[in-house]
Design a protein around this ligand. Structure first.
Ligand code: ZN
Length: 174
């Protein structure tokens, strides 16, 4: 089932999310819904607070092009174990900040630990776009958006556009 994606500004996108204590069927179903919502958008990552659930859960799939098999990843309680000094700059976007893109510099390589859909602890080293994406999604769990890395003026400009967009969307619903 597709879920509704919250649009910035929303207080739920600024909050710290709770660790997942018990991997229930309900949470697995949520992860499946989030993957469906992400692929449909389309996007390469989605965090639970973006669908209004304040728990530490992210999904991602950064495989590009139709020739490669998809690689959906479900991460409960993801955390960074290590980050490289070397950095990478990507033009980032966010499903909660539609049609706005800006360059963000982050560590190029990160080691991540998480609990997978079956409750197993996993660790993996991510590089390039995967590394940027997983850091962007983990940030969401700490109430941080990619625009928080930008200069205040740029951030305010984007936020004003989003306020306007939300008003327009609210009007369409009436
Ligand atoms: Zn995002």
């Amino acid at each position: 089932m597709k879920r509704n994606i919250l649009i910035h500004p929303d207080p739920r996108l600024k909050k710290l999310c709770e660790p997942v204590a018990d991997l229930s069927d309900e949470l697995r179903a949520l992860a499946d819904d989030m993957l469906e919502t992400m692929y449909d958008a389309p996007g390469i990552g989605l965090a639970a607070p973006q669908v209004g659930v304040m728990q530490r859960l992210i999904v991602l799939d950064c495989v590009k092009g139709e020739s490669e098999a998809p690689r959906p990843l479900v991460m409960f309680n993801p955390r960074l174990l290590a980050s490289s000094d070397e950095t990478n700059t990507y033009e980032e976007g966010c499903l909660s900040i539609p049609d706005q893109y800006a360059e963000v510099t982050r560590p190029k390589v990160v080691d991540v630990e998480w609990i997978d859909r079956d409750g197993k602890v996993k660790t993996e080293t991510f590089d390039g776009l995967w590394a940027t994406c997983v850091q962007h999604e983990i940030d969401h769990l700490d109430g941080k958006l990619f625009i928080d890395y930008l200069k205040p003026l740029k951030r305010q400009m984007i936020t004003r556009k989003m306020v306007k967009l939300k008003k327009e969307l609210a009007r369409e619903k009436v």
